[in-house]
Design a binder for this molecule. Structure first.
Ligand SMILES: NC(=O)c1ccc[n+]([C@@H]2O[C@H](COP(=O)([O-])OP(=O)(O)OC[C@H]3O[C@@H](n4cnc5c(N)ncnc54)[C@H](OP(=O)(O)O)[C@@H]3O)[C@@H](O)[C@H]2O)c1
Length: 323
């Protein structure tokens, strides 16, 4: 559905935009739940007009309804599946017609890139928070690892969503971001995207150097999938556990740095929300979604002319290394 604006907020949106009351406009991908929902809530609470996007219209409209109920009417819904070119171009067209610019893009949507054992959609509920109460962070990650399976299909889908999806939506919205006087991109990354998980020094160096470009990144990801299919992930020095997720996030980090250099007028940064209790972690995280979302929002709202091409750590958003 083109321009799927929640009817309850549409009139108010029209007034806001036409009356030029709109201050900053943000798009959040995967805004219907988890960290993305929190990012929408906190940005809207800070006075930003938020376009909450979700691949599923019902789930997205419900999230907007929830935010409206919390006294945040300046949230618009638009459908977006980051793996669907038509969906991306519809969102870009909607934003161009409605606002003519974009100030903040939060690339949050992602998947775990593994198959879950006891997949909840097969009839089992997600574990509750209580299940993990006596476990430390390492034990929780180990539980996650024991309860998933790395498959080629999930790895491929992971790269398509977590890397290609970010790349395609960013490319489509770039002209609108460049039309802003203070365009920002926040790529929601992970500690799992750090280069320390790569055992090959050559790969580490490639992903950490200044002369990397998009073409080379695509070649590296193709090579990863080939190695995955051949059962050679460890032998080639790729991260062994949660491989595709780690590779996709590391590649997204590298591409953020490339983009930051190419577009000095923009602020392009990566924000790690930390280990958060969401569906992705099956509620095993150490932090509440509010806490994870706060790091992302802090980076999105950094003062003007702040850092670009940087990695911000969980828990307060301290600038740190990609390695
Ligand atoms: N949770 C953590 O501990 C943690 C740690 C570090 C980084 N992160 C990062 O934080 C971000 C949010 O994760 P989360 O924990 O909040 O996960 P989540 O609760 O599973 O939410 C993921 C969101 O992404 C959406 N999504 C998935 N595929 C999509 C697609 N093709 N197009 C559009 N939307 C899509 C999901 O939509 P549906 O509802 O339709 O599935 C959902 O809204 C991700 O980038 C993740 O890598 C999370």
């Amino acid at each position: 559905m083109e321009g799927a604006v929640s009817s309850s907020v549409a009139t108010r949106q029209e007034t806001l935009v036409r009356g030029s009351a709109v201050d900053r406009i943000a798009v959040v991908t995967g805004g219907n739940k988890g960290i993305g929902f929190e990012v929408c809530r906190q940005l809207a609470s800070s006075g930003v007009t938020v376009v909450l996007t979700a691949r599923d219209e019902t789930r997205g409209a419900e999230a907007v309804y929830k935010l409206t109920g919390l006294g945040l009417p300046d949230v618009i819904f638009h459908q977006l599946d980051v793996t669907d070119a038509l969906s991306i171009s519809r969102l870009a067209g909607f934003l161009k017609n409605r606002f003519g610019r974009l100030d903040i893009l939060v690339n949050n949507a992602a998947i775990g890139a593994v198959e879950l054992v006891d997949e909840p959609s097969f009839g089992r509920p997600q574990p509750t928070v209580e299940k993990f109460i006596d476990m430390d962070g390492h034990e929780r990650v180990e539980w996650m690892w024991q309860n998933c399976r790395q498959t080629y299909a999930a790895a491929k889908q992971g790269l398509q969503t977590n890397f290609d999806g970010v790349k395609h939506i960013t490319e489509a919205l770039l002209p609108l971001l460049l039309s802003s006087s203070d365009g920002r991109i926040v790529n929601v990354t992970s500690g799992f995207g750090l280069l320390r998980f790569f055992r090959s020094d050559e790969l580490k160096q490639e992903l950490d150097v200044d002369n990397l470009d998009e073409e080379r990144l695509d070649e590296l990801l193709d090579a990863f999938l080939k190695d995955f299919e051949a059962g050679a992930v460890e032998a080639r020095g790729w991260p062994a556990e949660f491989s595709a997720y780690k590779v996709a996030k590391a590649a997204m980090n590298a591409s953020s740095r490339v983009m930051a250099r190419r577009h000095p007028a923009l602020r392009v940064n990566c924000a790690d929300p930390g280990y958060v209790r969401t569906d992705m972690t099956r509620n095993s995280g150490l932090l509440a979604p509010e806490e994870g979302g706060a790091t992302v929002v802090a980076v999105a709202l950094l003062p003007e002319r702040g850092p670009t091409g940087a990695f911000f750590d969980a828990g307060g958003g301290k600038e740190t290394s990609f390695v």
